[in-house]
Design a protein around this ligand. Sequence first.
Ligand code: ATP
Length: 448
Amino acid sequence: MSTKKRILLIDDEPNTLKVLSAFLTKEGYEVGTAKDGRSGLNHLQEGGWDMLITDLKLPDITGLDILEQVKATWPKLPVVMITAYGSISNAVQAMKLGAFNYLTKPVDPDELLLLVQNVFERSQLLEENQTMRRQLRDRYSLGNMVGKSKAMQELFNLIEKVAQYEANVLVTGETGTGKELVARGIHYAGQEENLPFVPIDCAAVPETLLESELFGHSRGAFTGAAEQKKGQIELAHGGTLFLDEIGELPLALQKKFLRFLQEKEIVRLGETRRRKVDVRIIAATNRDLEAEIAAGQWREDLFYRLNVISIEIPPLRERRDDIPPLVNHFLAKYNAQNGKAIQGMTGEVMEVFMAYDWPGNVRELENVIERAVVLCMGDSIAMSCLPPKLQERSAPAPSTDGVNLMEMEKRLIVQTLEKTEQNQSAAARELGISRKQLRTKMKHHGLL
Ligand SMILES: Nc1ncnc2c1ncn2[C@@H]1O[C@H](COP(=O)(O)OP(=O)(O)OP(=O)(O)O)[C@@H](O)[C@H]1O
Protein backbone atom coordinates (compact mmCIF):
# COMPACT_ATOMS: atom_id res chain seq x y z
CA MET A 1 0.00 0.00 0.00
CA SER A 2 1.35 3.41 -0.89
CA THR A 3 1.76 5.81 1.97
CA LYS A 4 -0.15 9.05 1.94
CA LYS A 5 1.40 12.05 0.21
CA ARG A 6 2.23 14.81 2.64
CA ILE A 7 1.38 18.41 1.80
CA LEU A 8 2.40 21.46 3.80
CA LEU A 9 0.06 24.47 3.61
CA ILE A 10 1.25 27.94 4.65
CA ASP A 11 -1.35 30.72 4.82
CA ASP A 12 -1.99 33.48 7.31
CA GLU A 13 -5.78 33.36 6.95
CA PRO A 14 -7.01 30.76 9.46
CA ASN A 15 -10.17 30.17 7.51
CA THR A 16 -8.42 29.37 4.21
CA LEU A 17 -6.07 27.01 6.05
CA LYS A 18 -8.98 25.24 7.68
CA VAL A 19 -11.07 24.84 4.54
CA LEU A 20 -8.24 23.76 2.24
CA SER A 21 -6.66 21.37 4.70
CA ALA A 22 -10.04 19.73 5.45
CA PHE A 23 -10.67 19.35 1.73
CA LEU A 24 -7.26 17.84 0.93
CA THR A 25 -7.46 15.52 3.94
CA LYS A 26 -10.82 14.29 2.67
CA GLU A 27 -9.14 13.58 -0.69
CA GLY A 28 -6.66 11.28 1.00
CA TYR A 29 -3.67 13.53 1.59
CA GLU A 30 -1.88 14.13 4.85
CA VAL A 31 -1.85 17.88 5.47
CA GLY A 32 0.30 20.01 7.73
CA THR A 33 -0.42 23.70 8.28
CA ALA A 34 1.50 26.82 9.27
CA LYS A 35 0.24 30.35 9.66
CA ASP A 36 3.42 32.22 8.89
CA GLY A 37 6.69 31.78 7.00
CA ARG A 38 8.96 30.95 9.90
CA SER A 39 6.81 28.24 11.39
CA GLY A 40 6.35 26.95 7.84
CA LEU A 41 10.12 26.66 7.39
CA ASN A 42 10.35 24.93 10.76
CA HIS A 43 7.84 22.35 9.57
CA LEU A 44 9.82 21.90 6.36
CA GLN A 45 12.94 21.17 8.40
CA GLU A 46 11.20 18.16 9.86
CA GLY A 47 11.42 16.65 6.39
CA GLY A 48 9.24 14.12 4.62
CA TRP A 49 7.09 16.58 2.67
CA ASP A 50 5.95 15.85 -0.86
CA MET A 51 4.57 19.29 -1.72
CA LEU A 52 4.45 22.83 -0.43
CA ILE A 53 1.52 25.17 -1.01
CA THR A 54 2.21 28.66 0.26
CA ASP A 55 0.60 32.05 0.17
CA LEU A 56 2.81 34.67 -1.42
CA LYS A 57 1.99 37.29 1.14
CA LEU A 58 2.74 36.32 4.69
CA PRO A 59 3.13 38.41 7.84
CA ASP A 60 6.83 37.75 8.43
CA ILE A 61 8.70 36.65 5.31
CA THR A 62 7.34 36.46 1.77
CA GLY A 63 6.37 33.35 -0.13
CA LEU A 64 9.22 34.15 -2.54
CA ASP A 65 11.76 33.99 0.31
CA ILE A 66 10.38 30.61 1.26
CA LEU A 67 10.54 29.48 -2.35
CA GLU A 68 14.17 30.49 -2.61
CA GLN A 69 15.04 28.62 0.52
CA VAL A 70 13.17 25.55 -0.61
CA LYS A 71 14.94 25.57 -3.98
CA ALA A 72 18.28 25.78 -2.21
CA THR A 73 17.60 23.14 0.40
CA TRP A 74 15.04 20.75 -1.08
CA PRO A 75 15.36 21.39 -4.81
CA LYS A 76 13.00 18.55 -5.70
CA LEU A 77 10.09 19.65 -3.52
CA PRO A 78 7.30 20.98 -5.76
CA VAL A 79 5.96 24.37 -4.68
CA VAL A 80 2.58 25.89 -5.53
CA MET A 81 1.93 29.57 -4.84
CA ILE A 82 -1.33 31.14 -3.78
CA THR A 83 -1.65 34.75 -4.74
CA ALA A 84 -4.21 37.52 -4.48
CA TYR A 85 -5.80 38.41 -7.76
CA GLY A 86 -3.92 41.70 -8.04
CA SER A 87 -0.41 40.31 -7.71
CA ILE A 88 -0.09 38.01 -10.69
CA SER A 89 3.28 39.54 -11.55
CA ASN A 90 4.65 38.14 -8.30
CA ALA A 91 3.28 34.76 -9.23
CA VAL A 92 5.05 34.99 -12.56
CA GLN A 93 8.25 35.79 -10.77
CA ALA A 94 7.65 32.80 -8.51
CA MET A 95 7.32 30.57 -11.55
CA LYS A 96 10.63 31.90 -12.82
CA LEU A 97 12.17 31.04 -9.48
CA GLY A 98 11.02 27.49 -9.88
CA ALA A 99 7.49 27.31 -8.44
CA PHE A 100 5.49 24.62 -10.15
CA ASN A 101 2.31 26.67 -10.59
CA TYR A 102 0.10 29.20 -8.83
CA LEU A 103 -3.51 29.62 -7.82
CA THR A 104 -5.38 32.89 -7.37
CA LYS A 105 -7.55 33.72 -4.41
CA PRO A 106 -10.18 32.78 -3.56
CA VAL A 107 -8.92 29.25 -4.12
CA ASP A 108 -11.36 26.94 -5.82
CA PRO A 109 -10.94 23.53 -4.11
CA ASP A 110 -11.52 21.56 -7.32
CA GLU A 111 -8.92 23.61 -9.13
CA LEU A 112 -6.54 23.00 -6.22
CA LEU A 113 -7.14 19.25 -6.33
CA LEU A 114 -6.49 19.11 -10.05
CA LEU A 115 -3.24 21.00 -9.60
CA VAL A 116 -2.12 18.78 -6.72
CA GLN A 117 -2.80 15.63 -8.74
CA ASN A 118 -0.94 17.16 -11.63
CA VAL A 119 2.12 17.91 -9.50
CA PHE A 120 2.32 14.37 -8.19
CA GLU A 121 1.89 12.85 -11.61
CA ARG A 122 4.64 15.02 -12.96
CA SER A 123 7.06 14.34 -10.14
CA GLN A 124 6.49 10.63 -10.55
CA LEU A 125 7.28 10.95 -14.25
CA LEU A 126 10.40 12.92 -13.45
CA GLU A 127 11.47 10.27 -11.01
CA GLU A 128 10.92 7.44 -13.49
CA ASN A 129 12.83 9.43 -16.04
CA GLN A 130 15.72 9.90 -13.70
CA THR A 131 15.86 6.24 -12.78
CA MET A 132 15.86 5.40 -16.46
CA ARG A 133 18.63 7.85 -17.14
CA ARG A 134 20.62 6.47 -14.26
CA GLN A 135 20.19 2.94 -15.57
CA LEU A 136 21.20 4.01 -19.05
CA ARG A 137 24.22 5.80 -17.74
CA ASP A 138 25.15 2.79 -15.68
CA ARG A 139 24.91 0.56 -18.69
CA TYR A 140 27.32 2.68 -20.68
CA SER A 141 29.74 3.60 -17.99
CA LEU A 142 30.04 1.51 -14.90
CA GLY A 143 26.91 -0.52 -15.44
CA ASN A 144 28.69 -3.08 -17.56
CA MET A 145 31.33 -3.41 -14.99
CA VAL A 146 30.35 -5.72 -12.24
CA GLY A 147 32.11 -5.80 -8.94
CA LYS A 148 31.13 -6.02 -5.34
CA SER A 149 34.56 -6.43 -3.75
CA LYS A 150 35.87 -3.47 -1.81
CA ALA A 151 38.59 -3.04 -4.42
CA MET A 152 36.02 -2.69 -7.21
CA GLN A 153 33.79 -0.37 -5.21
CA GLU A 154 36.78 1.87 -4.67
CA LEU A 155 37.62 1.61 -8.34
CA PHE A 156 34.12 2.74 -9.34
CA ASN A 157 34.42 5.79 -7.09
CA LEU A 158 37.83 6.56 -8.49
CA ILE A 159 36.55 6.31 -12.06
CA GLU A 160 33.77 8.79 -11.36
CA LYS A 161 36.23 11.20 -9.80
CA VAL A 162 38.85 10.87 -12.52
CA ALA A 163 36.18 11.34 -15.17
CA GLN A 164 35.84 14.97 -14.14
CA TYR A 165 39.43 15.79 -15.03
CA GLU A 166 41.28 15.98 -18.30
CA ALA A 167 44.49 14.44 -17.03
CA ASN A 168 46.01 11.43 -18.75
CA VAL A 169 45.46 8.10 -17.07
CA LEU A 170 47.52 4.93 -17.00
CA VAL A 171 45.55 1.78 -16.22
CA THR A 172 47.57 -1.23 -15.15
CA GLY A 173 46.51 -4.77 -14.47
CA GLU A 174 47.00 -8.29 -15.74
CA THR A 175 45.40 -9.33 -18.98
CA GLY A 176 41.62 -9.63 -18.83
CA THR A 177 41.16 -7.59 -15.67
CA GLY A 178 38.98 -5.04 -17.45
CA LYS A 179 41.39 -2.27 -18.40
CA GLU A 180 39.40 -1.31 -21.46
CA LEU A 181 36.17 -1.31 -19.47
CA VAL A 182 37.76 1.08 -16.98
CA ALA A 183 38.85 3.36 -19.82
CA ARG A 184 35.33 3.37 -21.26
CA GLY A 185 33.96 3.99 -17.78
CA ILE A 186 36.12 7.09 -17.39
CA HIS A 187 35.15 8.32 -20.84
CA TYR A 188 31.39 7.86 -20.49
CA ALA A 189 31.07 8.86 -16.82
CA GLY A 190 32.47 12.28 -17.55
CA GLN A 191 30.16 13.42 -20.32
CA GLU A 192 26.64 13.60 -21.62
CA GLU A 193 27.54 14.32 -25.22
CA ASN A 194 28.62 11.87 -27.81
CA LEU A 195 32.35 12.53 -27.91
CA PRO A 196 34.53 9.88 -29.55
CA PHE A 197 36.14 7.01 -27.67
CA VAL A 198 38.82 5.60 -29.96
CA PRO A 199 40.55 2.39 -28.88
CA ILE A 200 43.75 1.16 -30.48
CA ASP A 201 45.59 -1.98 -29.48
CA CYS A 202 49.29 -1.34 -29.93
CA ALA A 203 50.02 -5.08 -29.79
CA ALA A 204 47.55 -5.97 -32.53
CA VAL A 205 48.75 -3.47 -35.13
CA PRO A 206 51.97 -4.49 -36.91
CA GLU A 207 54.85 -2.24 -35.90
CA THR A 208 55.27 -0.90 -39.42
CA LEU A 209 51.68 0.32 -39.56
CA LEU A 210 51.36 1.65 -36.04
CA GLU A 211 52.78 5.07 -36.83
CA SER A 212 50.39 5.75 -39.69
CA GLU A 213 47.48 4.28 -37.72
CA LEU A 214 48.16 6.77 -34.95
CA PHE A 215 49.18 9.83 -36.92
CA GLY A 216 47.44 9.32 -40.28
CA HIS A 217 49.01 9.78 -43.68
CA SER A 218 48.70 11.63 -46.94
CA ARG A 219 48.04 9.93 -50.24
CA GLY A 220 51.16 8.18 -51.47
CA ALA A 221 53.03 8.76 -48.19
CA PHE A 222 54.28 5.19 -48.44
CA THR A 223 53.68 2.15 -50.61
CA GLY A 224 50.12 1.10 -50.09
CA ALA A 225 48.87 4.49 -48.96
CA ALA A 226 46.38 4.87 -51.79
CA GLU A 227 44.19 7.38 -50.03
CA GLN A 228 44.87 9.99 -47.42
CA LYS A 229 43.75 8.91 -43.99
CA LYS A 230 43.18 10.51 -40.63
CA GLY A 231 45.03 8.86 -37.79
CA GLN A 232 43.37 7.55 -34.65
CA ILE A 233 44.69 10.51 -32.67
CA GLU A 234 42.81 12.90 -34.94
CA LEU A 235 39.71 10.72 -34.88
CA ALA A 236 39.65 10.99 -31.10
CA HIS A 237 39.66 14.82 -31.22
CA GLY A 238 37.56 16.18 -28.37
CA GLY A 239 37.27 12.77 -26.77
CA THR A 240 39.43 9.93 -25.54
CA LEU A 241 42.17 7.92 -27.20
CA PHE A 242 42.57 4.55 -25.52
CA LEU A 243 45.99 3.04 -26.12
CA ASP A 244 45.84 -0.58 -25.10
CA GLU A 245 49.13 -2.45 -24.53
CA ILE A 246 51.08 0.80 -24.58
CA GLY A 247 54.09 -1.27 -23.47
CA GLU A 248 54.33 -2.51 -27.06
CA LEU A 249 54.93 0.99 -28.44
CA PRO A 250 58.37 0.86 -30.12
CA LEU A 251 61.01 3.26 -28.81
CA ALA A 252 61.05 5.35 -31.98
CA LEU A 253 57.31 5.90 -31.78
CA GLN A 254 57.51 6.66 -28.08
CA LYS A 255 59.57 9.71 -28.94
CA LYS A 256 57.10 10.87 -31.56
CA PHE A 257 54.16 10.29 -29.29
CA LEU A 258 55.81 12.25 -26.52
CA ARG A 259 56.25 15.19 -28.88
CA PHE A 260 52.56 15.03 -29.69
CA LEU A 261 51.68 15.09 -25.98
CA GLN A 262 53.89 18.11 -25.43
CA GLU A 263 52.75 20.12 -28.42
CA LYS A 264 49.20 18.83 -28.85
CA GLU A 265 49.83 18.84 -32.56
CA ILE A 266 50.26 16.09 -35.09
CA VAL A 267 51.69 15.92 -38.57
CA ARG A 268 50.29 13.20 -40.83
CA LEU A 269 52.91 11.01 -42.50
CA GLY A 270 53.91 12.54 -45.83
CA GLU A 271 52.66 15.99 -44.84
CA THR A 272 54.25 19.01 -43.23
CA ARG A 273 51.09 20.70 -42.01
CA ARG A 274 50.66 20.75 -38.25
CA ARG A 275 47.19 20.01 -36.95
CA LYS A 276 45.95 20.86 -33.45
CA VAL A 277 44.39 17.93 -31.69
CA ASP A 278 42.81 17.91 -28.27
CA VAL A 279 42.45 14.43 -26.81
CA ARG A 280 42.58 12.79 -23.45
CA ILE A 281 44.89 9.80 -23.35
CA ILE A 282 44.07 6.71 -21.38
CA ALA A 283 46.79 4.11 -21.76
CA ALA A 284 46.82 0.57 -20.46
CA THR A 285 49.48 -2.01 -19.91
CA ASN A 286 49.98 -5.37 -18.29
CA ARG A 287 53.74 -4.90 -18.33
CA ASP A 288 55.89 -3.45 -15.64
CA LEU A 289 56.90 -0.24 -17.40
CA GLU A 290 59.07 0.93 -14.56
CA ALA A 291 61.20 -2.20 -14.93
CA GLU A 292 61.40 -1.54 -18.66
CA ILE A 293 62.48 2.03 -18.01
CA ALA A 294 65.25 0.70 -15.80
CA ALA A 295 66.25 -1.66 -18.62
CA GLY A 296 66.30 1.21 -21.14
CA GLN A 297 63.32 -0.17 -23.09
CA TRP A 298 60.95 2.59 -22.19
CA ARG A 299 61.18 6.37 -22.09
CA GLU A 300 60.82 7.68 -18.58
CA ASP A 301 59.58 11.08 -19.75
CA LEU A 302 56.73 9.51 -21.73
CA PHE A 303 55.84 7.30 -18.77
CA TYR A 304 55.42 10.33 -16.53
CA ARG A 305 53.32 12.15 -19.11
CA LEU A 306 50.95 9.21 -19.40
CA ASN A 307 50.93 8.31 -15.75
CA VAL A 308 49.45 11.51 -14.33
CA ILE A 309 46.74 9.45 -12.69
CA SER A 310 47.36 5.76 -12.22
CA ILE A 311 44.70 3.15 -11.75
CA GLU A 312 45.62 -0.37 -10.85
CA ILE A 313 43.11 -3.18 -11.26
CA PRO A 314 43.85 -6.11 -9.01
CA PRO A 315 43.79 -9.62 -10.53
CA LEU A 316 40.59 -11.58 -10.03
CA ARG A 317 42.23 -14.06 -7.63
CA GLU A 318 42.79 -11.15 -5.22
CA ARG A 319 39.11 -10.16 -5.24
CA ARG A 320 37.25 -13.43 -5.20
CA ASP A 321 34.11 -11.73 -3.86
CA ASP A 322 33.60 -10.55 -7.43
CA ILE A 323 33.35 -14.09 -8.81
CA PRO A 324 29.69 -14.84 -7.91
CA PRO A 325 28.28 -11.53 -9.26
CA LEU A 326 30.45 -11.84 -12.38
CA VAL A 327 29.20 -15.38 -12.94
CA ASN A 328 25.59 -14.18 -12.70
CA HIS A 329 26.30 -11.27 -15.01
CA PHE A 330 27.82 -13.50 -17.70
CA LEU A 331 25.14 -16.17 -17.23
CA ALA A 332 22.47 -13.57 -17.94
CA LYS A 333 24.44 -12.26 -20.93
CA TYR A 334 25.03 -15.64 -22.57
CA ASN A 335 21.60 -17.01 -21.69
CA ALA A 336 20.15 -14.09 -23.60
CA GLN A 337 22.57 -14.51 -26.49
CA ASN A 338 21.91 -18.23 -26.83
CA GLY A 339 18.23 -18.37 -25.97
CA LYS A 340 18.94 -20.45 -22.87
CA ALA A 341 17.64 -20.24 -19.32
CA ILE A 342 20.40 -21.72 -17.20
CA GLN A 343 19.71 -20.88 -13.59
CA GLY A 344 23.04 -21.36 -11.89
CA MET A 345 25.64 -24.00 -11.20
CA THR A 346 26.28 -26.96 -8.97
CA GLY A 347 27.99 -26.35 -5.66
CA GLU A 348 31.04 -28.19 -6.92
CA VAL A 349 31.39 -25.85 -9.89
CA MET A 350 31.13 -22.80 -7.66
CA GLU A 351 33.78 -24.27 -5.39
CA VAL A 352 36.11 -24.78 -8.32
CA PHE A 353 35.44 -21.22 -9.49
CA MET A 354 36.21 -19.82 -6.07
CA ALA A 355 39.42 -21.85 -5.70
CA TYR A 356 40.83 -21.44 -9.20
CA ASP A 357 43.50 -18.81 -9.82
CA TRP A 358 42.08 -17.32 -13.06
CA PRO A 359 45.36 -16.38 -14.79
CA GLY A 360 43.29 -14.89 -17.63
CA ASN A 361 41.19 -13.03 -15.06
CA VAL A 362 37.66 -11.85 -15.90
CA ARG A 363 38.06 -12.61 -19.60
CA GLU A 364 38.86 -16.22 -18.77
CA LEU A 365 35.86 -16.46 -16.45
CA GLU A 366 33.66 -14.96 -19.16
CA ASN A 367 34.93 -17.52 -21.70
CA VAL A 368 34.32 -20.39 -19.30
CA ILE A 369 30.73 -19.26 -18.71
CA GLU A 370 30.07 -18.70 -22.39
CA ARG A 371 31.35 -22.17 -23.21
CA ALA A 372 29.34 -23.73 -20.38
CA VAL A 373 26.11 -22.00 -21.41
CA VAL A 374 26.52 -23.31 -24.94
CA LEU A 375 27.44 -26.85 -23.88
CA CYS A 376 25.20 -27.24 -20.89
CA MET A 377 22.01 -29.19 -21.47
CA GLY A 378 20.52 -29.10 -18.00
CA ASP A 379 19.32 -26.04 -16.14
CA SER A 380 22.47 -25.57 -14.14
CA ILE A 381 26.13 -25.70 -15.04
CA ALA A 382 27.72 -29.03 -14.10
CA MET A 383 31.41 -29.99 -13.90
CA SER A 384 31.15 -31.69 -17.29
CA CYS A 385 30.47 -28.31 -18.95
CA LEU A 386 33.78 -26.87 -17.77
CA PRO A 387 37.01 -26.94 -19.78
CA PRO A 388 39.27 -29.90 -18.88
CA LYS A 389 41.70 -27.60 -17.14
CA LEU A 390 39.03 -26.68 -14.60
CA GLN A 391 37.51 -30.16 -14.36
CA GLU A 392 40.86 -31.46 -13.16
CA ARG A 393 40.70 -29.02 -10.31
CA SER A 394 38.23 -31.03 -8.34
CA ALA A 395 39.89 -34.37 -9.06
CA PRO A 396 43.20 -35.31 -7.44
CA ALA A 397 46.11 -33.68 -9.20
CA PRO A 398 46.79 -35.51 -12.47
CA SER A 399 49.92 -37.57 -12.73
CA THR A 400 52.67 -35.71 -14.46
CA ASP A 401 55.07 -38.63 -14.48
CA GLY A 402 57.48 -38.35 -17.35
CA VAL A 403 56.12 -34.98 -18.50
CA ASN A 404 58.12 -31.97 -17.53
CA LEU A 405 56.93 -28.40 -17.24
CA MET A 406 58.30 -27.35 -20.62
CA GLU A 407 56.48 -30.21 -22.30
CA MET A 408 53.23 -29.22 -20.60
CA GLU A 409 53.70 -25.63 -21.69
CA LYS A 410 54.26 -26.70 -25.26
CA ARG A 411 51.13 -28.87 -25.24
CA LEU A 412 49.06 -26.07 -23.79
CA ILE A 413 50.26 -23.67 -26.46
CA VAL A 414 49.52 -26.14 -29.26
CA GLN A 415 46.05 -26.85 -27.85
CA THR A 416 45.23 -23.19 -27.44
CA LEU A 417 46.38 -22.38 -30.96
CA GLU A 418 44.19 -25.18 -32.28
CA LYS A 419 41.27 -23.80 -30.37
CA THR A 420 41.80 -20.28 -31.71
CA GLU A 421 42.44 -21.57 -35.22
CA GLN A 422 46.05 -20.42 -35.08
CA ASN A 423 45.08 -16.86 -34.13
CA GLN A 424 48.09 -15.84 -32.05
CA SER A 425 46.55 -12.74 -30.50
CA ALA A 426 43.52 -14.70 -29.35
CA ALA A 427 45.70 -17.55 -28.09
CA ALA A 428 47.94 -15.14 -26.19
CA ARG A 429 44.89 -13.58 -24.60
CA GLU A 430 43.55 -16.96 -23.59
CA LEU A 431 46.89 -17.91 -22.08
CA GLY A 432 47.18 -14.66 -20.22
CA ILE A 433 50.40 -13.52 -21.87
CA SER A 434 51.22 -10.90 -24.51
CA ARG A 435 51.45 -11.80 -28.17
CA LYS A 436 55.15 -11.10 -28.07
CA GLN A 437 55.64 -13.45 -25.14
CA LEU A 438 53.65 -16.12 -26.95
CA ARG A 439 55.79 -15.78 -30.05
CA THR A 440 58.96 -16.03 -27.98
CA LYS A 441 57.66 -19.21 -26.37
CA MET A 442 56.59 -20.62 -29.75
CA LYS A 443 60.07 -20.02 -31.11
CA HIS A 444 61.54 -21.66 -28.05
CA HIS A 445 59.39 -24.77 -28.55
CA GLY A 446 60.13 -24.88 -32.25
CA LEU A 447 56.55 -24.02 -33.16
CA LEU A 448 57.47 -21.00 -35.26
N1 ATP B 1 34.35 -6.04 -13.77
C1 ATP B 1 33.90 -6.56 -14.91
N2 ATP B 1 32.57 -6.75 -15.09
C2 ATP B 1 32.10 -7.29 -16.23
N3 ATP B 1 32.85 -7.67 -17.25
C3 ATP B 1 34.18 -7.52 -17.15
C4 ATP B 1 34.77 -6.95 -15.97
N4 ATP B 1 36.11 -6.92 -16.13
C5 ATP B 1 36.34 -7.43 -17.36
N5 ATP B 1 35.20 -7.79 -17.98
C6 ATP B 1 35.06 -8.42 -19.30
O1 ATP B 1 36.22 -9.19 -19.51
C7 ATP B 1 36.72 -9.03 -20.83
C8 ATP B 1 38.12 -8.45 -20.79
O2 ATP B 1 38.08 -7.10 -20.38
P1 ATP B 1 39.02 -5.98 -21.02
O3 ATP B 1 39.16 -6.19 -22.49
O4 ATP B 1 38.59 -4.67 -20.54
O5 ATP B 1 40.39 -6.43 -20.32
P2 ATP B 1 41.85 -5.85 -20.49
O6 ATP B 1 42.40 -5.75 -19.13
O7 ATP B 1 41.82 -4.62 -21.34
O8 ATP B 1 42.56 -7.06 -21.25
P3 ATP B 1 43.91 -7.03 -22.15
O9 ATP B 1 45.02 -6.59 -21.24
O10 ATP B 1 44.06 -8.46 -22.55
O11 ATP B 1 43.64 -6.11 -23.28
C9 ATP B 1 35.74 -8.15 -21.55
O12 ATP B 1 34.81 -8.94 -22.25
C10 ATP B 1 35.06 -7.40 -20.43
O13 ATP B 1 33.75 -7.03 -20.79
